[in-house]
Design a binder for this molecule. Structure first.
Ligand SMILES: Cc1ncc(COP(=O)(O)O)c(C=O)c1O
Length: 494
């Protein structure tokens, strides 16, 4: 799936999600607008629960809230029966405000402050994922002061490189996260935790990275972690029967992506668990996962309005949208790729089935602009017709076609409105001619977009609306200009 599972092209040739026409959402809520398809969120949660139910191991699925942490989202996953992982005091606050039972909260973070640790202890957070010796020492002391025996996992750096962008690799030897197996820190941490009076060491945790496509790496992870559990059993006499293998399952951002399914991941995991528990003679009672992106990523889309269209003949065409890096930092942060559609004239797309595009002949004709194809507002004929070989175009034409584009399609860079040349959301996407006022729908923006959004250039944070069964409502209201200055003080002598 690239788009949400409920995405369709409706009778007016517009994209609808959750039974809601995005043009109508634009009229009601304005743009930029994050749209969350609740059915997709539910489907992903249910798939995790279904495929990670095994006869021989208990399991627990924790939503990695960092992907998209708002009260309605936390409540949605809670309703589906997931627990939650938080990595700061702020995320912990949101999870508690959402009504999560503290018992179901897993508290991460590589540099939790003493105040955050106190906050977690005072609110009786079920499990801390302890990252380092400093935290272990503070946690043991603060738990003792409160007469608490705090349950923990140790976050381990397994020394495994996931094949993903280096900014979202977290399990390699040089990672800032966790206790390394390499160098002996993991064993030392197990020893210290096991002998800490106010700590109950439950198990081991590792998260090797995000947007992982080669899921066989999870087999290597389980091998490594169970070998460590076995070494801890032999060396310290401590039996660790709980294993958390983090999140990381990749999703489809662009049509060429071929991510594995939740079911595929489950098969790899259970096979590896059975194999390596036997091989290392260790017992695992419960396996934990922490998916973020694969729960919310494809459920979210962002709707923008196209403003200025700039064509530099033979060089590049730009579509400027009314948002950009403030609502989606990922392309500039780690060269993330996205895909988009003209949502108000969408018949060129073909049809959408379970979130993926099925091209049909009529759509291909429509896109090529030849014949009397219907769709694309009926005025598609001649799109890119002025292109000359090599990609140079008639400078007078508004629709100069870039080099190498399919007939009738024009290559665009979809760029934001921020004062940075790097504020590019999509590079070189081929689309029919885009006109000012068109609605541009960017797919798969549910994860790490709203949660990483900013007020750069004084851009208020965009609203989030949820759609389901033809109904829509705010999940988060749009910020106002007043919100931008609500914490500012007037200049005065200090
Ligand atoms: C510790 C931990 N668990 C889970 C996740 C979720 O990863 P993903 O969104 O790729 O599933 C992350 C993401 O950074 C993480 O750091």
């Amino acid at each position: 799936m690239l788009l949400p599972v409920t995405a369709e092209i409706n009778k007016d040739s517009r994209i609808s999600i959750g039974g809601c026409d995005v043009s109508e959402l634009k009229s009601k809520y304005n743009t930029p607008l994050y749209i969350i398809d609740v059915a997709t969120v539910k489907k992903q949660c249910r798939d995790y629960l279904k495929f990670f139910t095994f006869g021989d191991f208990d399991s627990e699925i924790s939503y990695a809230s960092k992907a998209f942490c708002t009260i309605p989202m936390c409540q949605a996953v809670k309703k589906e029966g997931l627990s939650i992982d938080v990595s700061t005091g702020g995320e912990l606050y949101i999870a508690l405000k959402s009504g999560f039972e503290p018992e179901k909260i897993y508290f991460h973070g590589n540099n939790k402050s003493a105040d955050e640790i106190k906050f977690g202890l005072d609110y009786k957070v079920g499990t801390f994922i302890v990252d380092n010796f400093n935290e272990l020492e503070i946690l043991n002391r603060l738990a003792g002061e409160r007469n608490i025996r705090q349950r923990i996992f140790l976050r381990i750096t397994p020394g495994i490189k996931a094949h993903t962008h280096k900014y979202i690799q977290t399990g390699a030897i040089e990672s800032k996260f966790g206790f390394g197996i390499y160098g002996g820190a993991a064993m030392d941490a197990a020893k210290e935790a096991a002998s800490s009076e106010n700590i109950e060491l439950l198990g081991l945790h590792a998260h090797i990275g995000s947007q992982i496509f080669n899921i066989e790496v999870y087999e290597k992870l389980i091998d490594t972690m169970l070998k460590l559990a076995s070494d801890i059993k032999t060396g310290l006499g401590v039996k660790l029967t709980h294993l958390n293998i983090g999140g990381g399952l990749g999703i489809r951002y662009v049509p060429e992506d071929e991510p594995s399914s939740i079911e595929d991941l489950s098969n790899v995991v259970v096979r590896a668990l059975r194999k390596y528990t036997k091989q290392y003679d260790v017992k695992i009672d419960k396996i934990y996962l922490e998916p973020g992106r694969s729960i919310i990523g494809n459920a979210g889309t962002t709707l923008y309005e196209a403003g200025n269209i700039k064509c530099i003949p033979g060089i590049r065409n730009y579509v400027s949208i009314d948002g950009g890096m403030s609502d989606n930092i990922r392309p500039i942060l780690y060269q993330a790729k996205y895909y988009a559609y003209i949502a108000n004239r969408a018949s060129y797309i073909g049809s959408i089935e379970k979130g993926d595009i099925k091209r049909n002949a009529a759509a291909a004709v429509a896109a090529s602009g030849s014949g009397s194809a219907t769709g694309i507002g009926g005025s598609v004929t001649g799109i890119g017709g002025s292109a000359v070989e090599g990609g140079a175009a008639d400078p007078k034409s508004k629709s100069s076609q870039g080099s190498g584009s399919a007939p009738g399609l024009i290559k665009y860079n979809i760029v934001g409105k921020h004062c940075e040349s790097g504020d590019v959301i999509i590079e070189d996407i081929e689309m029919p001619e885009v006109r000012t006022g068109d609605l541009i729908l960017v797919a798969a923006t549910g994860a790490y977009c709203y949660s990483m959004s900013s007020n750069y250039n004084g851009q208020p944070r965009s609203a989030v609306v949820a759609v389901e069964d033809g109904k829509h409502c705010y999940w988060v209201e749009r910020q106002t200009f007043e919100d931008l200055v609500s914490k500012d003080k007037k200049l005065k002598e200090c």
